[in-house]
Design a protein around this ligand. Structure first.
Ligand SMILES: [Zn+2]
Length: 183
Protein backbone atom coordinates (compact mmCIF):
# COMPACT_ATOMS: atom_id res chain seq x y z
CA UNK A 1 0.00 0.00 0.00
CA UNK A 2 1.33 3.38 -0.94
CA UNK A 3 -0.42 6.67 -0.35
CA UNK A 4 1.26 9.16 -2.67
CA UNK A 5 1.72 12.89 -2.19
CA UNK A 6 -0.90 14.87 -4.11
CA UNK A 7 0.21 17.74 -6.36
CA UNK A 8 -1.52 20.94 -5.20
CA UNK A 9 -2.58 24.08 -7.09
CA UNK A 10 -0.81 26.15 -8.46
CA UNK A 11 1.87 23.52 -9.18
CA UNK A 12 2.58 23.80 -12.96
CA UNK A 13 2.49 20.00 -13.33
CA UNK A 14 -1.31 20.26 -13.10
CA UNK A 15 -1.23 22.16 -16.41
CA UNK A 16 0.71 19.53 -18.35
CA UNK A 17 -1.30 17.69 -21.01
CA UNK A 18 -0.96 13.96 -20.31
CA UNK A 19 0.13 11.33 -22.84
CA UNK A 20 -1.61 8.12 -23.87
CA UNK A 21 -0.64 4.88 -22.15
CA UNK A 22 0.92 2.53 -24.74
CA UNK A 23 1.37 -0.65 -22.65
CA UNK A 24 -0.60 -1.66 -19.59
CA UNK A 25 2.37 -3.19 -17.77
CA UNK A 26 3.30 -3.82 -14.13
CA UNK A 27 4.30 -0.18 -13.73
CA UNK A 28 0.84 1.00 -14.78
CA UNK A 29 -0.85 -1.60 -12.56
CA UNK A 30 1.24 -0.43 -9.60
CA UNK A 31 0.42 3.21 -10.35
CA UNK A 32 -3.32 2.39 -10.38
CA UNK A 33 -2.98 0.54 -7.04
CA UNK A 34 -1.19 3.52 -5.50
CA UNK A 35 -3.78 5.93 -6.92
CA UNK A 36 -6.51 3.75 -5.37
CA UNK A 37 -4.78 3.78 -1.96
CA UNK A 38 -4.35 7.55 -2.20
CA UNK A 39 -7.98 8.16 -3.23
CA UNK A 40 -9.33 6.07 -0.35
CA UNK A 41 -6.91 7.52 2.22
CA UNK A 42 -8.04 11.04 1.30
CA UNK A 43 -11.75 10.21 0.92
CA UNK A 44 -11.96 11.42 -2.66
CA UNK A 45 -14.49 10.51 -5.35
CA UNK A 46 -11.76 10.25 -7.99
CA UNK A 47 -8.13 10.95 -8.79
CA UNK A 48 -6.10 11.51 -11.96
CA UNK A 49 -2.52 10.24 -12.45
CA UNK A 50 -1.18 13.78 -12.91
CA UNK A 51 -2.37 14.54 -9.36
CA UNK A 52 0.31 12.16 -8.09
CA UNK A 53 2.81 13.65 -10.54
CA UNK A 54 2.45 11.09 -13.35
CA UNK A 55 1.66 12.56 -16.79
CA UNK A 56 -0.24 9.52 -18.12
CA UNK A 57 -3.84 9.57 -19.32
CA UNK A 58 -5.31 7.60 -16.41
CA UNK A 59 -7.94 8.38 -13.80
CA UNK A 60 -9.98 6.31 -11.39
CA UNK A 61 -13.40 6.91 -9.85
CA UNK A 62 -14.66 5.44 -6.59
CA UNK A 63 -16.84 2.37 -7.25
CA UNK A 64 -19.65 3.74 -5.05
CA UNK A 65 -19.79 6.92 -7.11
CA UNK A 66 -19.67 5.00 -10.39
CA UNK A 67 -22.23 2.28 -9.57
CA UNK A 68 -23.93 3.14 -6.26
CA UNK A 69 -22.69 -0.22 -4.91
CA UNK A 70 -20.79 0.14 -1.60
CA UNK A 71 -18.60 -2.88 -2.40
CA UNK A 72 -17.70 -1.96 -5.98
CA UNK A 73 -14.04 -1.64 -6.94
CA UNK A 74 -12.84 1.69 -8.31
CA UNK A 75 -13.46 2.11 -12.03
CA UNK A 76 -10.19 2.55 -13.95
CA UNK A 77 -10.12 4.75 -17.06
CA UNK A 78 -7.05 4.52 -19.30
CA UNK A 79 -6.76 6.83 -22.35
CA UNK A 80 -10.29 8.19 -21.75
CA UNK A 81 -12.19 10.61 -23.97
CA UNK A 82 -15.45 12.38 -23.21
CA UNK A 83 -17.41 11.55 -26.35
CA UNK A 84 -20.74 13.18 -25.49
CA UNK A 85 -22.32 15.47 -22.88
CA UNK A 86 -25.83 16.81 -22.49
CA UNK A 87 -29.20 16.78 -20.69
CA UNK A 88 -28.81 20.43 -19.74
CA UNK A 89 -26.44 22.15 -17.36
CA UNK A 90 -26.24 21.67 -13.63
CA UNK A 91 -24.54 23.84 -10.98
CA UNK A 92 -23.16 21.87 -8.06
CA UNK A 93 -20.43 22.05 -5.43
CA UNK A 94 -17.17 20.55 -6.56
CA UNK A 95 -14.00 19.66 -4.68
CA UNK A 96 -10.58 18.44 -5.82
CA UNK A 97 -7.64 16.78 -4.07
CA UNK A 98 -5.37 19.41 -5.60
CA UNK A 99 -7.41 22.17 -3.85
CA UNK A 100 -7.65 21.05 -0.20
CA UNK A 101 -10.63 22.56 1.68
CA UNK A 102 -11.90 24.38 -1.42
CA UNK A 103 -15.48 23.68 -2.53
CA UNK A 104 -16.92 25.82 -5.30
CA UNK A 105 -20.00 25.80 -7.45
CA UNK A 106 -19.17 24.70 -10.99
CA UNK A 107 -21.59 24.55 -13.93
CA UNK A 108 -21.29 21.49 -16.16
CA UNK A 109 -23.47 19.41 -18.45
CA UNK A 110 -25.64 17.11 -16.31
CA UNK A 111 -24.67 13.95 -18.20
CA UNK A 112 -21.47 12.65 -19.81
CA UNK A 113 -20.37 9.61 -21.78
CA UNK A 114 -16.72 8.47 -21.79
CA UNK A 115 -14.84 5.91 -23.87
CA UNK A 116 -11.77 4.40 -22.19
CA UNK A 117 -9.61 1.29 -21.82
CA UNK A 118 -9.67 -0.83 -18.66
CA UNK A 119 -6.73 -2.54 -16.92
CA UNK A 120 -7.30 -5.67 -19.04
CA UNK A 121 -6.79 -3.61 -22.20
CA UNK A 122 -10.44 -3.67 -23.31
CA UNK A 123 -12.23 -0.56 -24.54
CA UNK A 124 -15.44 0.24 -22.66
CA UNK A 125 -18.05 2.93 -22.39
CA UNK A 126 -19.27 4.60 -19.19
CA UNK A 127 -21.99 7.18 -18.81
CA UNK A 128 -23.64 8.90 -15.90
CA UNK A 129 -25.42 11.88 -14.37
CA UNK A 130 -25.03 13.65 -11.06
CA UNK A 131 -21.82 13.07 -9.13
CA UNK A 132 -20.62 10.34 -11.52
CA UNK A 133 -21.23 12.47 -14.63
CA UNK A 134 -19.46 15.37 -12.94
CA UNK A 135 -16.50 13.19 -11.90
CA UNK A 136 -16.12 11.82 -15.46
CA UNK A 137 -15.79 15.39 -16.75
CA UNK A 138 -13.65 16.70 -13.86
CA UNK A 139 -11.12 13.85 -14.10
CA UNK A 140 -10.89 13.95 -17.91
CA UNK A 141 -10.23 17.70 -17.62
CA UNK A 142 -7.19 16.93 -15.42
CA UNK A 143 -5.65 14.88 -18.25
CA UNK A 144 -5.96 17.94 -20.51
CA UNK A 145 -4.34 20.28 -17.97
CA UNK A 146 -7.70 21.85 -17.11
CA UNK A 147 -8.88 22.52 -13.54
CA UNK A 148 -12.16 23.45 -11.85
CA UNK A 149 -10.44 26.80 -11.18
CA UNK A 150 -10.72 27.54 -14.92
CA UNK A 151 -14.49 27.16 -14.87
CA UNK A 152 -15.37 29.94 -12.42
CA UNK A 153 -15.37 33.74 -12.60
CA UNK A 154 -12.74 36.25 -11.45
CA UNK A 155 -14.10 36.67 -7.91
CA UNK A 156 -14.06 32.95 -7.20
CA UNK A 157 -10.61 32.60 -8.80
CA UNK A 158 -9.26 35.22 -6.36
CA UNK A 159 -10.93 33.44 -3.46
CA UNK A 160 -9.34 30.13 -4.50
CA UNK A 161 -5.90 31.72 -4.88
CA UNK A 162 -6.16 33.28 -1.40
CA UNK A 163 -7.30 30.01 0.18
CA UNK A 164 -4.54 28.03 -1.47
CA UNK A 165 -1.89 30.59 -0.48
CA UNK A 166 -3.09 30.31 3.12
CA UNK A 167 -3.05 26.51 2.87
CA UNK A 168 0.54 26.42 1.56
CA UNK A 169 1.62 28.88 4.29
CA UNK A 170 0.06 26.70 6.98
CA UNK A 171 1.86 23.64 5.58
CA UNK A 172 5.17 25.53 5.60
CA UNK A 173 4.56 26.57 9.24
CA UNK A 174 3.78 22.98 10.23
CA UNK A 175 7.01 21.78 8.60
CA UNK A 176 8.99 24.53 10.35
CA UNK A 177 7.51 23.51 13.70
CA UNK A 178 8.38 19.86 13.09
CA UNK A 179 11.95 20.78 12.16
CA UNK A 180 12.28 22.97 15.28
CA UNK A 181 10.95 20.26 17.61
CA UNK A 182 13.22 17.58 16.13
CA UNK A 183 16.35 19.68 16.78
ZN1 LIG B 1 -9.52 17.24 -9.32
Amino acid sequence: MAVLEVVKFPDPRLRAPCTDVQDIDDGIRELVRDMTDTMYALNAAGIAAIQVGRPERIFIIDGRVATGDEQADPLVFINPEVVETGRGDEVSDEGCLSFPDVFIEVKRPRWAKVHATNLEGQRFEAEGEGLFGRALQHETDHLNGKLMYDMVGMVKKEMIKRKMKRWHNEQANERAKETASSN
